[in-house]
Design a protein around this ligand. Structure first.
Ligand SMILES: Nc1ncnc2c1ncn2[C@@H]1O[C@H](COP(=O)(O)OP(=O)(O)OP(=O)(O)O)[C@@H](O)[C@H]1O
Ligand SMILES: [Mg+2]
Length: 439
């Protein structure tokens, strides 16, 4: 011990002298029949309850008939180099209620917990150097006035799992024979305590898992409701564009076609502007349709995908074969509206990507059902998607996010013979019902 440690120890001992221990009194040694009787009563008392505190209180009460004590603690080791301490009779800062897990290295009984000593029997823990070392958490020995101590290991199938410590306010109270009895009691309860602790851990982690799943579910529901809101806003904008901007542009177009006369140059200029305006009108109509999937609402998923393909076809200069095939007789329309819209947006982006990047001559969309899941496949005969493309945070990122929100899975496949890309989206038919439940 260093000088400062000795000084602190002296100070604590002086403070402790205020509660002077009785000396020269020894714990009564039970005979063999009494010991057996006590073991049996311990076994009966701890076998019933599953509440840790109660088991420990029962154990301490019954053990008292065998070994008199003022404080009892059970330490259980964690694989992380920490431990948890349960106390009976008196509660100190060692208690799990104050410190859920403390480092074993700081424990005053670490010699037993590390397996360096088979047990500790001390006449006075206050002065026994085994309890006092740099960083030792020995304060409770003084606070709870613990002098005589027996510390024995708890083992399960030979494996050290913790310790049982029995302490008295009296000095020189215990002896080697009581250590043997204490070890017997420890062997009796160790397996039970171990099972109880594992059960508690399993219960705690099950609760944590349920909480985490609940949190994830709430987040997903929140995000889905947000996208629902965005989708509604998008459709409102689409309607505004349709009712106002598109109507204004159409009116201007009509007024222009009414203009007559003027020089041939002016007429030519006017015709060019009219043509540009027609393109412009067509573009805005496309945007409006994209924003406000009216066909989806009115005619259903397969028709809406077909309308999107037709629109793309009109804007594509090269010859293109596009096809939608519904093998489910419209089952996509049985999905929740949010889920169906998300699926439609995913298909839109996959089709747009095929047109934009694949240099393909064919795009097929196939709607199918597999058990409780609906699937949509978008396949092209183009150059094929690359692995690194799958990290894109742009359209592909949106596809993944939308899929996550509706609990769908997306698979991107690069095809070889014939070449191309296949995007497969699978969604449970029950997806989205939880959002309804949460409303
Ligand atoms: N069907 C496809 N065939 C070949 N390459 C593809 C196909 N789909 C996507 N890609 C590749 O994946 C990349 C990422 O696509 P993503 O949709 O994320 O972005 P983008 O289409 O380039 O941009 P945005 O979607 O924002 O307009 C594309 O740039 C393209 O190289
Ligand atoms: Mg894209």
């Amino acid at each position: 011990m260093t000088e400062t440690q000795e000084a602190t120890l002296k100070e604590k001992q002086d403070y402790g002298q205020l509660i002077a221990p009785e000396e020269g009194v020894y714990a009564v040694m039970p005979n063999a029949a009494e010991a057996l009787d006590c073991y049996l009563s311990i076994a009966r008392a701890i076998a019933g309850p599953t509440d840790y505190e109660l088991v420990l209180e029962n154990f301490a009460n019954r053990l008292r008939a065998l070994i008199a004590h003022d404080h009892l603690d059970i330490v259980l080791l964690h694989p992380t180099g920490t431990q948890i301490c349960y106390e009976a009779r008196m509660h100190t800062s060692w208690s799990h209620t104050q410190n859920p897990a403390t480092p074993t290295e700081e424990s005053p009984i670490r010699d037993v917990l590390r397996g360096d000593l088979p047990y500790i029997l001390t006449d006075d823990a206050w002065t026994d150097p085994r309890f006092h070392f740099e960083g030792a958490d020995s304060e409770p020995l003084f606070q709870a006035n613990l002098h005589s101590r027996i510390v024995v290991p708890l083992r399960v199938q030979g494996e050290l799992i913790g310790s049982l410590a029995i302490s008295s306010h009296k000095k020189s109270f215990y002896n080697e024979e009581l250590v043997v009895l204490a070890q017997g009691a420890a062997d009796l309860v160790s397996a039970y305590l171990f099972a109880l602790e594992r059960g508690k851990e399993a219960k705690d982690s099950a609760i944590a898992e349920i909480e985490a799943t609940g949190r994830e579910r709430s987040l997903r529901i929140g995000a889905l409701q947000l996208t629902e809101g965005m989708e509604r806003e998008r459709q409102r904008l689409g309607m505004d564009l349709h009712d106002q901007t598109l109507a204004d542009l159409a009116r201007i177009r009509r007024r222009m076609s009414g203009i007559e006369g003027g020089s041939p140059e002016a007429s030519k200029e006017l015709a060019d502007i009219q043509e540009e305006l027609d393109h412009c009108l067509e573009d805005v109509r496309g945007i409006v349709e994209d924003m406000k999937p009216g066909v989806l609402q009115m005619f259903g998923f397969s028709e809406a995908v077909d309308a999107h393909l037709q629109r793309c076809l009109r804007n594509t200069r090269r010859p293109m074969n596009m096809h939608v095939q519904d093998l489910t007789d419209g089952k996509m329309d049985h999905l929740q509206d949010t889920v169906r819209t998300a699926m439609y947006r995913i298909v839109q982006e996959a089709v747009n990507n095929a047109l934009k990047h694949a240099n393909c001559s064919r795009i097929n969309v196939r709607i199918a059902q597999q058990g409780g899941n609906m699937s949509v496949t978008i396949e092209d005969d183009g150059t094929g998607i690359q692995d690194m493309d799958l990290h894109s945070l742009s359209g592909i990122g949106n596809i993944k996010t939308r899929a996550d929100l509706i609990s769908a899975s997306v698979l991107f496949d690069r095809l070889n013979a014939p070449k191309g890309t296949r995007v497969l989206i699978t969604v449970p038919m029950s997806s989205g019902t939880e959002v309804r439940d949460a409303d």
